[in-house]
Every structure is written in C-alpha cells, then in structure tokens.
Design a protein around this ligand. Structure first.
Ligand code: MSP
Length: 640
C-alpha cells in the first residue's frame, strides 16, 4: 500500500486578491506534494478560502457587494490562479461550503457537551482588523502590533473555549515531539507563548455585531469566531468523522503556514483537536515572510507583487524556481526583481541551460542525435564516479525535501549540475571525437551525460514541472509514462540506446537585466474593478438623473473638515456643492476647471454646509479623480 501524504495551505482570506505571499505557500505545498508523489506516496493536497468574519463583511461593503457575491468573486480569483501556476491541488475548500458548516456545528456541539465551552461576560480590547481581543501585554505602545491601530474597548457576553485547561498537556506534547512545529525557532516561539498563562478563547460573536458566520448550534444569537470555523477546514475537507479520505490522510496531516498564524495553528488548533477527541496533526511547517524593502508584502501596505505578472514576464518555472531557491524555509526573504533575474541568468540559463544544450548538441553532432550504446569494456574507466555522485545527490535531495529544506535540496541538485559540467570539461568529448580510436569512450561519456541529465530532470520536477517534461522529451523519454519516480531515477542506464532524440532546444533564454518590468512601481489595488454591476435600469430611469457640465468658480476649505471642499460652481446658475476631494485637490487647482455634476440630487447638509448637487469622480485606492469633458463647453450643458 502506498504511504499517504496530506498537506494543507492556510485557507486564504477573501478580503484581498492573491499575491506573491499566497502564491509562495501554495507553490511550496505543490512542490512537497509532487515530491511525495515521486516517492510513490498517495498524495492529497488541500487549499481553499476562508470566507466568514467581519473582515470579509467590511471588504464586501467597500466593494458595494453583498458578502455572498463578494466571497464568490474573490474565492474564484484564488481558484483560477492556482492552475495558472501549475498548482495541482486535490481539493479547494470554502468555509461557506455546507459540508464544512455541518462539521463546524458538530465539533462545537461535541466540545460544548463535554463542558469545554462556557458563557461569560467579557470586556476587552478588540482589534477589528485582527478580529480578536488583545491583552494589554500583547499591544505595542497601546496599539495592535499588526495594524498599528488602537483597539477599541468592547463589552459583551460571549462563549469561551477552555483552552487554559489544556496548557500543560500542550507544553508536554510540543516538548516530547520535536518536529511537531518546525523549524525549531517556531517551536521555541510556541513554547514561549505557553510559558505565560493561556487565556480562554472567545469563540463567538453576537449576531447584533456580526451576522456573516456559522451560527452556534447551541445558541442561535451568536456566530462562530472565524478562526474556530476556519481551522476545522483541515478535517471537514476530508469528510470528518467517517470519510475515507479522513481515515486515510488525517493521521499524516502536515500544515504549511507563515509565521503570522503560528499561534492559531500551534496553540488553538492542537487544543481544539484534543478537546474534540481528534488525533493531532503530524507537523506544522512554518515559513517566514516575503518582504518588499523590509516590510511584509500586504494589501494594506500597497506593496504587493502580482504572481501572474512575474510569470508572464519571466516564465512560470523560472518564477517557481526563484521562490523556492531564494527563500530559506523558515526565514524571511526580501523580494527583488534583480535577484530573480540574477537567478535566471546564473542558475537556470548558465548552469542548467548550458549543460543541457552542450550535451545535446554533442549527441547531435557526434552521434546524429541517436542515444549511443555503452561499451562495457570502457564503461568503468570513463565513468569517473559520476553514477555514485548522482546516487548521492538523489539521497541528499530526498532527505532535504522530506525535511522541508527545499532551497538546500535545490542546492544539492545544482552541486550535481556543476559536477556534470566538470565531467564535460574533464572528459572533453570534442577531443575524443577527433580520433577514431576513442569512439567507444566518446559514446560512453555522452551516454553518461544523458543519464545525468535525466536524473536532473527528475529532481527538478517538483519545482519546475514544465522544464522537467521538456528535458525528458529531448532525452527521448516517452511523455506518456511518468519518469519522476525516485526509484526510476536511482536506476542508472534507464535511457534506451538507439533512441532518436528530437532537435535541441533552449531551456532558459537569458534575461537582459536592464529590461525588468514587473515591480518598478508598487501599484495600488483597483477596488472598483471588483464591484458588481448594479441591477439594470431603463433609459427613462436614467433620464431622471440630471447630469450637467459645471465650471468651478470658487473653491475653499471648510474649517475642521479635512476631507471636503466647498465649491461654487456655474451650471448656468451658481450653486454651492460640498465635495469630498480635499485630499486629492487643492482649492487653487480647481478654479476654472470643468467638472460633471448631478444637478438634481436632493440637497444635503455636509459639515454644516448645504450641498446642492454632487460631483462625479472615479474613485480607486488612490482616492477620487474628477470626471471632466474632452473640450470646453458652456456651463450647464446637459449630459446624455
Ligand atoms: N484565513 C487565515 C488562515 C486560516 S487557516 C485555517 C489567513 N489568511 S491570509 O489570507 O491572511 O493568509 C495568510 C497566509 O498567506 C500566510 O500564513 C502565508 O501562508 C501567506 N502569506 C501572506 N502574505 C505573505 C508574505 N508576505 N510572505 C509569505 N507568506 C505570506 O491568515
């Protein structure tokens, strides 16, 4: 029976579009899955989206959408992205899926019945960004360390999960299971959290404050705290408690997360599992952040890097390779397009690409592109330990891949690539080709090089699946059969002599370092792109809106109102309009400008001034930009 392998990514919040950080975790999970499939394991890879909570409600509101329509849209962006990054997930779970909701209700009820959930009044400091209460101790200068905003004092009755009861048990478990949380620095961090008394976890939100969530099965006035709901996706996806997938895969579960969510995964989740009588996961693998100029890449900082943009410019495999090779799993890494270009040119175009085209062009030149026979009489003297080094590289690679040291695994492969390049230099096939008497050694050397390339193609497969397939095609291997299996890689002399090889190809074109484009300017996310189109109206309904061209006659600030300006505009008659554009326009630059105005809007009092109408503007993350006309027209000209 094949060994099972089960890996998960965090289920991503749908309050932002996917960026390079999300892509990294998901690519790592994909790499790990492909590697375990190479070892012959029965693999299952889960990813998905986390769709409840007030973060999502607020994001939906901002986009002018219902939470339901909003979560459907963003979840789909994640779902559509993964195949474009060659991510081969087995399932995509959404926390709004009814089977997931049923599992959350079932587990809550079980823990409630066991007496580990109680009702109490609580007053505390709540950060809306994090959707959780903070203790004074956790704040930095009175502010939430993630959002740098002051939390608000909130008093409410809620349900609490008795986490404190399990503190000693968890400390014991982490101490006795050294690779439960890895790398070690995060295990130590979890133990450090646990050296202080653990507070019970508030696991409900009153519906008066939040309706978008899973109702508590024992109190319909409350919804479930989003983390208590989300973490359960890892078992609900497998059909907990009776599903076959659950029986097969849960005992070997491994999670991958970044350090931002170590606490829920390293502390809440094991305790939830224990309280619900579910066996614990096997490993929590924690990685660092991709930073851009020292700050974590995030939507709120407006410094996100778009994975598809990099793929389109540099190619998918080069992008995947860079992410896995450049980040030491567990540590932070700084993203820069310069280092991406450098990696492509040195590791991919130079080391691997040159070796590949050098060997293949020699096989074409000296053997008409036909895989040569190996003459046993000269085999040994020409081998120079290449096979042993290949075997060593595979064993080392396996050890490193299994322990989530992906960058070192790639290093082991690149050591073998440089070993191969040296073999070419030492054996100098072009010299052997000069003499008829060295024909047999020439053929053995070329055959060995093809074999070495085959092993390299297999080892790079988890990270660069397309390049692996391309290499194997040019090595004359049948694309219909999988040759990534580790046991096949370990079998030397796998390529059949006499096979006709296709014409050579360039694996990785060099990139001109002056031509990089993707991250020159951090781009704000365009929120408007996501808004739903409003329900249809008739032409008659539209005609009721009286849109006019207006010329700004006067503009001034209103004392104590930072965001609005008071404008006198000419629409054939003078009007006062108060407009929320003070952060994007100065009064001086507005005077004389032609703008568009909704002239028949009911007057409204804004910051103490009555506004007779409204300006039309496009609004994105950078604020409003006023709509105007293409050539000057008379003030009051209607729009149709
Ligand atoms: N919804 C929760 C997770 C619930 S899991 C039961 C959540 N979502 S998230 O959208 O904020 O995703 C956080 C995860 O995205 C990180 O743990 C990491 O996997 C990935 N990353 C987001 N930004 C990242 C970087 N800048 N760098 C590396 N990974 C990053 O938390």
């Amino acid at each position: 029976m094949a060994r099972p392998f089960y890996v998960t990514t965090p289920i991503y919040y749908v309050n932002a579009r996917p960026h390079l950080g999300h892509a990294y975790t998901t690519i790592v999970a994909d790499v790990a899955t492909r590697f375990h499939a190479m070892q012959g394991s029965d693999v299952y890879f889960l990813t998905g989206t986390d769709e409840h909570g007030d973060k999502v409600v607020r994001a939906a509101k901002q986009e002018n959408m219902t939470p339901r329509a909003y979560v459907d849209t963003i979840s789909q962006l994640f779902r559509d992205l993964w195949p474009q990054l060659s991510i081969n997930n087995s399932q995509f779970i959404r926390t709004t899926d009814p089977p997931h909701i049923a599992v959350v209700e079932q587990v809550l009820q079980k823990i409630y019945d066991a007496g580990d959930i109680y009702f109490a009044e609580y007053e505390g400091l709540y950060c809306f960004g994090c959707e959780r209460f903070y203790t004074e101790r956790e704040l930095v200068e009175g502010k939430c360390p993630d959002h740098e905003t002051e939390p608000e004092v909130i008093k409410e009755s809620n349900y609490f999960f008795k986490m404190s009861r399990y503190q000693d048990w968890l400390v014991e478990h982490i101490r006795n299971t050294p690779d439960f949380i890895r790398p070690k620095r995060y295990r130590n961090e979890a133990l450090a959290f646990l050296s202080e008394p653990l507070e019970d976890l508030c696991i409900s939100r009153p519906k008066t404050r939040l309706k978008w969530g899973i109702s508590l099965p024992f109190d319909n006035e409350y919804v479930t705290y989003v983390w208590f709901d989300a973490l359960l996706n890892y078992v609900s996806a497998l059909g907990y408690p009776d599903g076959e997938l659950y029986q097969n895969f849960w005992p070997v579960a491994q999670h991958i997360v970044a350090k931002d969510i170590l606490k829920p995964h390293g502390i809440y989740w094991p305790i939830m599992l224990k309280a619900a009588g579910i066996p614990l996961y096997r490993h929590l693998n924690v990685h660092g952040y991709w930073n851009v100029e020292q700050s974590k890449m995030s939507k709120s900082l407006g410094n996100v890097v778009e994975p598809l943009e990099l793929k389109n410019i540099y190619g998918l495999d080069a992008f995947r390779f860079f992410l896995i090779r450049d980040m030491t799993f567990g540590l932070d890494s700084s993203f820069s397009e310069d280092s991406l270009v450098q990696r492509i040119n040195s590791d991919l175009a130079n080391d691997l690409g040159n070796l590949f085209s050098r060997v293949l062009s020699m096989v074409h030149k000296y053997c008409q592109g036909i895989v040569p026979q190996v003459e046993p009489a000269v085999e040994q003297e020409c081998e120079l330990g290449l096979e042993t080094d290949a075997q060593r590289a595979i064993v080392e690679y396996e050890r490193l891949m299994e322990s989530f040291q992906f960058h070192n695994a790639l290093r082991a492969v690149w050591n073998f690539i440089s070993r191969m390049n040296k073999y070419v230099d030492v054996t100098a096939p072009w010299e052997l080709a000069k003499k008829k008497s060295s024909r047999k050694p020439l053929e053995v050397v070329l055959y060995n090089l093809l074999e070495g390339l085959r092993i390299i193609s297999g080892l790079i497969y988890p990270v660069m699946p397309d390049t692996a397939a391309k290499m194997q095609k040019h090595l004359g291997l049948d694309p219909q059969t999988p040759f990534y299996r580790i046991d096949q890689l370990k079998t030397w002399k796998f390529i059949k002599p006499e096979t006709q090889l296709p014409k050579s190809t360039v694996l990785f074109p060099r990139v001109d370092p002056t031509e990089k484009k993707a991250t020159q300017a951090a781009k704000p996310e365009i929120s408007g792109r996501l808004s739903e189109i409003k329900p249809e109206i008739t032409i008659e309904q539209f005609a009721k809106v009286d849109l006019r061209v207006a010329t700004v006659v006067q503009a001034e600030r209103i004392p104590r109102a930072k965001k609005v300006l008071k404008l006198k505009v000419d629409i054939g008659q003078n009007r006062i309009i108060v407009a929320g554009i003070a952060q994007n326009y100065t009064p001086e630059e507005l005077v004389g400008k032609q703008v568009l105005v909704v002239a028949n809007l009911k007057p409204a009092k804004i910051m103490g001034t009555v506004s007779h109408g409204m300006l039309v503007a496009a609004v994105d993350d950078a604020g409003p930009t006023l709509a105007t006309v293409d050539r000057p027209v008379d003030p009051g000209t209607p729009l149709r």
